[in-house]
Design a protein around this ligand. Sequence first.
Ligand code: NAP
Length: 309
Amino acid sequence: MYFRFSMENILVTGGSGLVGSHLKRFLPNASYISSRDFDLTREKDVERLFETKWERVIHLAGRVGGILENIRRPGEFIEENLLMNTLLLKYARLSGVPRLTAVLSTCIYPDVRERYPMTEADVNQGPPQETNFAYAISKIAMAAQIDAYNKQYSTRYNYLIPSNLYGEHDRVDFEKSHFLTALLGKILKAEKEGANSVKLLGSGKPLRQFLHADDLCRVIRDCVSKDVTDSFNVAPDENLSIREIAGIAVAVCTGDRLAIEFDRDSPDGQFRKDVSNERMKKTLGEFEFTPLREGIARVYAHYRETDVI
Ligand code: NAP
């Protein structure tokens, strides 16, 4: 028998973001906030937020961006994320929140390991990749703060480590978006303009595990309903090169009408960071991930219907 929290008394930070927007379908009665409601980098706002007694916090808020944003603004990424994570955890604990789930990212893993897929034991076994080093360090610090609280104060807080995300509710911005969102936006633009090709950053060789935001939200919902307090990776088995993913997207969205070009002078980011989902499946049981082809078709149809660009 699992302990069940009331779904009404759950706070979700980052409610206006990609994951937060998807989560509303899975936890419809939770309270969703964005930076407009509470700026989590400001201590006064965080203090005010915890004047309410929350039974569980799902912490999604973060300064998040694609490779170009991470390279251009590492100072903003580390400062804002360290501030919001530290303050949120501090006030959650002080106000006696019994359960908290934070969301990290597989970019916390070492740049290079001998064996793949990496497991949770590989965290802190080497420095993260340089293009997202500052962002990754802020996430590693949050994991350390959660582990330290659990040791010293016997809290039962946990974190999920998802791979690269995509979904219907991501914001399409060619400068700031993550790879797959930017790619689908570029395909839509090329289709509208009658262009023959799309140009992508890097060599196309790096490998990525793309996770549909709904899959992460199903895991979060299961953590709530089953009162899971373990920490683990959330990533599908599919680990494909950027070139393969772009090929699938062009085939699914345009019937192979567009050519794919690569701007080899731009950065690639980490070559591979594939992680194992074994601990997740041991904790939650069997789990069907959305196949990439199906997820891309759904997201592209949504982008076209809602005219995102
Ligand atoms: P997102 O779409 O960029 O949304 C970020 C959210 O954080 C927004 O709701 C934003 O509010 C909020 N936020 C930013 N700064 C804030 C501040 N100072 N105070 C309060 N709220 C603030 O992010 P996401 O893609 O949903 O990511 C959710 C979580 O998953 C993040 O922790 C991220 O690190 C992690 N993650 C993301 C990916 C990915 O590929 N997207 C992969 C792995 C892990 P406003 O709308 O008001 O700015």
